[in-house]
Design a protein around this ligand. Structure first.
Ligand code: TZP
Ligand code: MG
Length: 213
């Protein structure tokens, strides 16, 4: 399935995690290294600045054929014709989001509990994100982590493709894939790496190793 290719190595952006380096340089290096989808996640930008940054990022990603997902903001996604939207449990309700978006758009939903996974079974969501897989300094207002056993429960209890987020690195990526994740989403493992290009390459190799084992 197309979506399973897109979510394999999913870069979630956080400009603060880029350690003062140019944001677009970091993303482009990561894409050259093998990132398969990018989520623009902006918690503080005003609407106009969000749209301008999103447009510039989309122009860059279009050159590589990599889809751009917008975090939280369906209006921004529509304004720049992004590939889709990712929402969490306290964002726009999924059914309303679906009604506002053309049917071909990608929709992602973060799930933090077993009940939320079960509720999403009836929804036409493109992927669900197990959030967080491990606790992480990159996001602290989270429910308790799923851990590998939670991920295995998810693998056995959802028909949606699962991407894992939170604390993913080279050391645990292969295990996440062999325990049921179709992809990994990362902030710091790429944005804060000395070489975002090499970091993406190494993560990609761990994903391939997991798929093949
Ligand atoms: N949602 C759940 S954990 C997280 C988000 C946005 C942060 C992931 O960051 P990192 O640095 O890859 O642990
Ligand atoms: Mg959100």
């Amino acid at each position: 399935m197309e979506i399973e290719k897109h979510i394999q190595l999913y870069l979630v952006t956080d400009e603060k995690a880029c350690l003062g380096r140019d944001f677009f340089w970091v993303v482009e290096e990561a894409v050259k290294g093998g990132v398969t989808m990018v989520q623009l996640r902006e918690k503080e930008l005003g609407t106009r600045a969000f749209i301008e940054k999103g447009k510039r990022l989309k122009d860059l990603l279009d050159m590589y054929g990599v889809p751009l997902i917008i975090n939280d903001r369906v209006d921004v996604a529509l304004a720049i014709d992004a590939a889709g939207v990712h929402v969490g449990q306290s964002d726009m309700p999924f059914a309303i989001l679906k009604n506002l978006l053309p049917p071909e758009k990608i929709t992602g939903l973060s799930v933090e509990s077993k009940w939320q996974v079960q509720e999403a079974e009836d929804w036409n969501v493109s992927y669900i994100a197990a959030s967080p897989l491990f606790s992480t300094p990159s996001k602290t207002d989270t429910e308790s982590p799923w851990g590998m056993s939670g991920l295995r429960w998810m693998r056995d209890n959802t028909h949606h493709p699962v991407v894992v987020i939170g604390g993913l690195s080279e050391t645990n990526t292969k295990q996440a894939i062999t325990n049921g994740a179709k992809g990994i989403a990362v902030i710091s493992a790429i944005c804060s790496a000395p070489s975002p290009y090499e970091a993406a390459q190494n993560l990609r190799a761990r994903i391939v190793a997991g798929v093949q084992s």
